[in-house]
Design a protein around this ligand. Structure first.
Ligand SMILES: Cc1cc2nc3c(=O)[nH]c(=O)nc-3n(C[C@H](O)[C@H](O)[C@H](O)COP(=O)(O)O)c2cc1C
Length: 396
């Protein structure tokens, strides 16, 4: 058997702090602190605690060439076996592969990661930042962090709302111009947290939104297998890697359910229904933020990382560019919706793992970064919105 280390691995000496009565009674701080080593690897679902022997082995068995396991097994049989079971070491595929299913799956994921051209720190941040089954709305309520006043009370004052450089007398004042159509559109944009679940969205309005935000307007065909799309939103490298997976809740003529949007055909591709009822899955996707879950249509923004990393291989800016792409898409969606008299939202507080499961996505191949949505605004504000100038909600 030949072995090697997984492709990407970071080791963290993490400190845990807990309440310690004995220390308190002895007149000390009452906190017990301990350190442990964690192995962080983006091809694995979770971080792995390791001991000093395992840590040393991981520093001596490289990720490049396969090496004979026998010499290591003579001296460190138990540690090698455990690292193989946990996916930090991998065994080479052999004829009549005797490795058990778990070890084969670790190797498959590691090989997929090697071929995906992720910049290693970005792969780790992306993988470890995912949530599953989290109710962020309930968590914020429990921590009393839901309103601006709560935040001030719990956290003290934030850094100042503006920064000033130099002497105020030296400023060059600029003319204000609020009189254009576009200025009025920008002023009416406000994150919607009050959708009208009673009123279906007409199909043409829904289709117009998708066309504005996600459709391709033109194509450049470099070769039979190489096509670049032109869209209304800028995209790093012009690659338009981000796909829109839709949760359609209340649109006339479209069965409620899950869809993938085809940006060239301008068409919906039906996907299998979620395990949960649709309303519950929508709420789960946006981490319990019920004020977003009843939008008429929600769009999961999920880049195909390989499309970007085809050009930007192991590139330190590539993941950042994809985050920016998603932000730009959301702004196009906000402004498109506002212009049509609709409300819109975006959130990065999402349960990626649950979304991936239902849409059949792989975290490092096409895992989601954000969810946005749109629909009719409700007539009553049940959840607060940020509209200090009364542009959306009249103050009479
Ligand atoms: C990246 C991003 C993530 C956001 N996530 C949330 C969220 O999880 N929940 C929420 O209620 N609003 C979310 N928002 C909306 C912001 O709270 C909102 O933009 C901000 O309060 C300013 O209000 P406005 O959009 O109406 O101007 C998010 C906005 C952005 C750009």
């Amino acid at each position: 058997m030949r072995i090697r280390r997984c492709a990407i691995l970071y080791l963290e000496p993490r400190e845990d702090a807990g309440f310690d009565l004995a220390s308190l009674l002895a007149g000390e701080a009452g906190i017990r602190r301990s350190l442990r080593w964690l192995a962080l690897a983006p091809h694995l679902d979770a971080e792995v605690e390791i001991d000093a022997a395992a840590r040393e082995l991981l520093g001596r068995i490289g990720p490049g060439a396969w090496t004979q396991a026998a010499p290591w097994l003579q001296t460190h049989a138990a540690a090698v076996a455990e690292l193989l079971d946990r996916g930090l070491l991998l065994c080479e595929a052999e004829d009549g592969d005797g490795a058990d299913a778990g070890r084969r799956e670790h190797r498959r994921r590691d090989e997929a990661l090697r071929q995906a051209h992720w910049w290693p720190p970005a792969a780790l941040a992306h993988r470890l930042g995912r949530w599953q089954g989290l109710d962020s709305a309930a968590a914020m309520d429990a921590a009393e962090m839901s309103t601006a006043a709560d935040l001030r009370r719990q956290l003290g004052a934030p850094p100042p709302h503006v920064v000033e450089r130099g002497d105020a007398a030296q400023r060059q004042a600029l003319p204000r111009q609020d009189d254009g159509e576009f200025e009025r559109l920008l002023a009416r944009r406000a994150t919607c947290r009050n959708f009208d679940a009673e009123r279906a969205l007409p199909l043409p309005t829904f289709a117009r939104m998708l066309q504005r935000v996600f459709a391709a307007q033109a194509q450049v065909r470099v070769g039979e297998d190489t096509v670049f799309l032109k869209k209304h939103t800028p995209s790093g490298g012009g690659l338009h890697a981000t796909e829109a997976y839709l949760i359609v809740r209340n649109v006339e003529g479209v069965a409620p359910g899950l869809y993938h949007y085809h940006p060239v055909a301008h068409a919906l591709e039906p996907m299998p229904p979620p395990a949960l009822p649709l309303a519950q899955f929508a709420a789960q996707a946006v981490a319990g933020q019920h004020w977003f879950a009843d939008a008429h249509a929600l769009a999961v923004l999920a880049p195909r990382y390989a499309r970007s990393f085809w050009k930007y291989r192991g590139h330190a800016k590539a993941y950042r560019a994809l985050l920016l792409d998603v932000g730009h898409l959301s702004q196009t969606l906000y402004l498109s919706a506002t212009e049509l008299g609709l409300g819109a939202f975006v959130t990065s507080a999402i349960n990626e793992v649950d979304i991936e499961r239902e849409f059949g996505l792989d975290p490092l191949a096409d895992g989601p970064l954000a969810v946005c949505g749109f629909g009719w605004r409700g007539t009553r504000m049940r959840t607060s919105e940020f509209d200090p100038a009364g542009e959306v909600w009249r103050q009479d």
